[in-house]
Ligand binder design. Structure first.
Ligand SMILES: [Zn+2]
Length: 183
């Protein structure tokens, strides 16, 4: 009986602490959200392109279209085919980089994806890096190396210096895309 009372007492302390945690951080609900590491999540698959993008390597078309679709699902209408964006897969000398996006003075944007990365990657990684580069150039997004308390990256805009864990799967994709498009 004594044991039970102690357990009850402990439960009270636990709930009191929990209540305190909730009441004191009620305005920081967003910060308390932790994206779980989705180790066994299914890989993201990107369907074939149904439209073309001038000056963009045909292999990148499905991902450009996927970017447009992801924006549209969030109420943002992009038409990348009408933008001055070129894209190609090429050798990038700095081994650390998988992709780059350069904006020129005339407003044109040029995305390069490293061919070694391309050949070694699945759809999800390709989408992640192309979305990352499009977000730099087209959405003007900067790097974000923040991580959750479990080490998972908060954004696909992590830099190559970040120490967080990539976690882009079918289950986490909508979180990352909401974050990317500022929702
Ligand atoms: Zn970057």
């Amino acid at each position: 009986m004594k044991g039970k009372l102690n357990l009850y007492g402990l439960s009270l302390i636990f709930f009191a602490t929990l209540l305190l945690a909730f009441t004191s951080c009620a305005d920081k609900a967003q910060d308390e959200f932790v994206l779980e590491l989705d180790l066994f999540g299914a890989q993201v698959e990107v369907p074939p392109a149904t439209k073309s993008f001038p000056n963009v390597n045909q292999k990148l078309w499905p991902y450009f279209e996927s970017f447009e679709r992801a924006g549209k699902e969030r109420g943002l209408n992009f038409n990348l085919a009408e933008e001055n964006i070129s894209g190609d897969i090429d050798f990038i000398e700095e081994g650390e980089y998988w992709g780059s996006c350069t904006t020129s003075a005339d407003g044109s944007m040029s995305i390069i994806i490293d061919n070694e990365f391309w050949n070694a990657s699945n759809d999800g990684y390709k989408e992640l890096i192309i979305f990352h580069e499009l977000a730099h150039c087209y959405l003007g997004k900067e790097h974000n190396d923040e991580q959750f308390s479990n080490g998972v990256c908060k954004s696909i805009m992590r830099s190559s210096n970040a120490h967080c864990l990539d976690n882009y799967t079918v289950n986490t994709r909508s979180y990352y895309l909401n974050e990317l498009f500022g929702l």
